[in-house]
Design a protein around this ligand. Sequence first.
Ligand code: ATR
Length: 269
Amino acid sequence: TDRYAVIGNPIAQSKSPLLHAAFARQCGHDLRYDAILAAPDAFRETVLDFIAAGGRGMNVTAPFKLEAAGLADTLTERARAAGAVNTLKFGPEGILGDNTDGVGLVGDIQDRLGVSLAGRRVLVIGAGGAARGILLPLLRARPADVLVVNRTADRARDLADAMAPWGRIQGGPLSAAGGREYDVVIHATSAGLNAGEAPAVDYRVATGGLAYDLAYGGDTPFMRQARDRGASRVVDGLGMLVGQAAESYRVWRGVLPDVRPVLERLRPA
Ligand code: ATR
């Protein structure tokens, strides 16, 4: 039985064991997938113990995604661009670090929601780790342009500069989003979690446009804000969550599981 696990702290809330068990059933694979709690200073030794016990791969969640990038012997281009690793694969060539978050998002937007990103005007709100994790796959989908806005404007400018080789992207303060219409608005800040408010950004969503919150868990403050700004389709990040897991499964086992039936089972009726 091949062994996999998700590692984080805390870890009890993780849906990864459930998702990967569903994928394994779907693919007819015999595997074991655990949730592993690592002490804040014990990430490296916990991973090495898991490898020694025969582990084939891991998902990595907060607060270890940066440390995982440091631990990997090789990084994929999308992991390097993200500056973070959510997927580790263990093999004879050592430890591979990958990041499947962006592909999970783009797949959810294009394949499941049926919104093509090519030629679209995209606004990303936030310039922290979550935003950075999605930008390379987003730019690969060839949008007309991407504007990244952030409370700390310099962080958005630096991120846009770093991503400029891959496409048309600019960064600025939250106010830079005002007075324009976007086809797709992606919310990637940590504001609005725990009953907070979404950042006050004065965007407008084009007719038929999509608003996407990377956070999930029902109707978020950003989702309510985006409806006020004209978005006709408004979703949370549950589809991205399942999509990044499916892409991790593909990295490990070479088969891409079908996201849809798993996502449908997760959604509250
Ligand atoms: P994550 O990995 O969730 O992105 P992070 O790297 O700490 O976490 O980034 C948090 C993001 O949420 C940043 O874009 C942050 O803005 P700053 O760079 O200005 O800190 C944003 N954020 C957090 N709280 C916010 C708030 N109350 N209003 C606006 N933006 C906020």
